[in-house]
Design a protein around this ligand. Structure first.
Ligand SMILES: Nc1nc2c(ncn2[C@@H]2O[C@H](COP(=O)(O)OP(=O)(O)OP(=O)(O)O)[C@@H](O)[C@H]2O)c(=O)[nH]1
Ligand SMILES: [Mg+2]
Length: 326
């Protein structure tokens, strides 16, 4: 009988979870950037092969949350960790082992499911550096497998899939075999626009920007799809930077996004981007909910469930104290 189940990719921000998810799926589903906290929601990616079906949960990096939005991000990662059949802890081994890594190790140790440590970015470290890291994760005594990989080059990724097929339970596919994801095109479009913002901006801006699709007009396949999006920032000063001198910055972002969207959607796109200040939107439940609505619109996922769990307090349900993190 074929295998089927869910696999959560968890870890610190920037560990390479989204790069790995895209690599395993063979599609650019999640956005990737060199800034931490790129992924803000659980991204569901579906891999169907002769062996069966794996549903990957690419999750937000676990960090010390300073805003309501970030608390929800960490909550989504924790929920995915709790729900998946298999937990993969991704570690960026080009970074020294610190408080954050110790925290993640403790957190994953509490999971009841089979666990795999993925030592990522082996392309960045010398072979002799790998051995002590392998030893450290081996000593933890909690992993069913420890696999050195490079999500960037694909090294070790087929080995990982072999282990996953072995550990997964037998079962019928959870989703249609043709499906790559459950997220609507609208959400993937907003994410791709945000990816271009992350590429062009630095300091506080990558963290305090969101993309909200406001209008989506399809005048027929022969004509350009018209997408109007608001780029939300939290301060007037950030708005100025994002617009740029004579509108240079938003123009660069718009051009890069339009090219990417035309390739993604396979048709001409007219893209209108407006920068808008929404004071402290990262604390604003209404705006956070607006963004989430696009994530699950028209799918069978229970959005109320997600919103409900996001409300719950960290301290109440045994989730470890995130203040220990940087
Ligand atoms: N050299 C190298 N770079 C990698 C590898 N995997 C990921 N990266 C880079 O690491 C950075 C972060 O990658 P992401 O995939 O966005 O990391 P993430 O864990 O999803 O990060 P968050 O969404 O912020 O939690 C990007 O610049 C990637 O190109 C790898 O195996 N080798
Ligand atoms: Mg990510």
């Amino acid at each position: 009988m074929a295998k089927a189940g869910t696999v959560a990719l968890v870890g610190r921000p920037n560990a390479g979870k989204s790069t790995l998810s895209n690599r395993l799926l063979g599609e650019r589903l999640s956005i990737v950037s060199d800034k931490p906290q790129t992924t803000r929601h659980r991204m569901v990616g579906i891999l169907t092969r002769d062996e069966g079906q794996i549903v990957f949960y690419d999750t937000p990096g676990i960090h010390r949350p300073m805003h309501r939005m970030n608390r929800e991000m960490v909550r989504e990662a924790a929920d995915a960790l709790g729900e998946a059949d298999i937990v993969c802890l991704l570690v960026d081994i080009s970074q020294p082992f610190g408080k954050g890594e110790a925290f993640l190790l403790d957190l994953v140790a509490k999971a009841k499911q089979p666990k795999i440590a993925l030592l990522n970015k082996i392309d960045l470290v010398k072979k002799n550096k790998l051995l002590p890291i392998l030893e450290r994760y081996g000593k933890a005594g909690i992993f069913d497998a420890i696999i050195p990989i490079s999500a960037e080059t694909g090294d070790g990724c087929e080995d990982l899939l072999k282990v996953l097929w072995k550990l997964l339970p037998e079962g019928e596919p959870l989703y249609d075999k043709e499906l790559l994801t459950i997220h609507p095109e609208r959400f993937l479009v907003a994410e791709r626009i945000r990816e271009k913002i992350l590429r062009e901006t630095r300091n506080e801006l990558p963290f305090s920007t969101a993309v909200l699709l406001e209008r989506w007009e399809d005048p027929g396949p022969e004509k350009a799809l018209r997408i109007h999006a608001a780029l939300l920032v939290e301060r007037e000063s950030q708005k100025k930077i994002l617009i740029g001198h004579h509108g240079d910055m938003v123009k660069t972002i718009g051009t890069a996004a339009r090219h990417d969207l035309e390739e993604f959607l396979g048709r001409k796109v007219f893209l209108d981007l407006r920068v808008r200040t929404e004071d402290d939107w990262r604390e604003n439940p209404r705006i956070i909910a607006d963004i989430k609505r696009d994530l699950h619109a028209g799918t069978t996922l229970d959005v109320d469930d997600l919103a409900g769990s996001a409300e719950s307090d960290d301290a109440e349900d045994g989730f470890p104290d995130l203040d220990q993190l940087d």
